[in-house]
Design a protein around this ligand. Structure first.
Ligand SMILES: [Fe+2]
Ligand SMILES: [Fe+2]
Length: 258
């Protein structure tokens, strides 16, 4: 079976890229999952934006450090089971860190979202031990598991990949907005990539207007972030998973500019 994973969708430009790509391609995939933490103006996921992306063909959403960027996220999480936030957020937070959904071919897919602790701003407990607990929670309810590890450091991402190798079918990284060239099947059959990259404005610094970020590095008074305009890029990866063994057999990166 084929699973499409889409990297952090950034603002209107990113959403347009999703529609453009999925218009002809969505029939090729049994399941489509996307990181939606930047989908609404670069910060968070709002109800109208969530509904728009569901209509484009996305089956499941993960989040990250911008999970709480839109106030109506709690309403979306309350009424829809196809959205997860990092399971290892500390404190009293709403929503769930894992869920089970049914793919178009009938396979039951468990989804787990985790956040890293290296160079990340928020309090989070161990993604490693939280992964153990979440896998334990859902493994008897699903046929296979997909993990989105929203993290900055490639070392932390790779370490979690090897820690979960053979226990989940797919683990992809998100958050850096820059796609890595290390897609591979790990020794025990887990499909892995350190980062899917960003689906958003192609000429930008991680989705933000490039001049604002360049000015920040030059010093002076910082300007408010603004989503960049211009042509979009679509970033993600296609994971081919054997339906019998639930092991990944192939990964193809997608990096397209429209
Ligand atoms: Fe992001
Ligand atoms: Fe992030």
């Amino acid at each position: 079976m084929k699973i499409l994973a889409i990297g952090d969708i950034f603002g209107r430009v990113g959403r347009d890229a999703v529609f453009e790509y999925l218009e002809h391609a969505k029939g090729d995939y049994d399941f489509i999952i996307a990181n939606g933490e930047n989908a609404a103006h670069g910060r968070g996921l709002s109800k109208p934006v969530y509904e728009e992306l569901v209509s484009a063909g996305i089956d499941a959403f993960t989040l990250g450090n911008h999970a709480w960027g839109c106030p109506d996220i709690s309403t979306i999480m309350h009424y829809n089971e196809n959205i997860v936030r990092p399971a290892n957020f500390e404190g009293d937070v709403f929503g769930v860190g894992s869920t089970v959904l049914t793919a178009k071919n009938g396979v039951k897919i468990g989804i787990i979202n985790l956040i890293g602790r290296i160079y990340m701003p928020q309090q989070a407990s161990s993604p490693f031990y939280t992964a153990d607990a979440e896998i334990e929670k859902i493994k008897n309810k699903c046929d296979m598991i997909i993990v989105d590890f929203h993290a900055e450091a490639t070392s932390e991402k790779l370490a979690l990949g090897y820690y979960l190798d053979g226990r989940v079918s797919v683990i992809f990284g998100t958050h850096t907005h820059v796609q890595t060239a290390d897609a591979k099947v790990l020794p025990n059959g887990t499909g892995y990539i350190s980062d899917l990259g960003m689906t958003g404005p192609a000429v930008s610094v991680l989705g933000v207007d490039k001049s604002i970020i360049v000015d920040r590095f030059l010093g002076g008074i910082p300007k408010k972030f603004a989503v960049a305009n211009g042509n979009p890029q679509f970033c993600g990866a296609v994971f081919e998973v054997d339906e019998n063994t639930k092991k990944a057999v192939n990964i193809t990166r997608i990096y397209e500019e429209f």
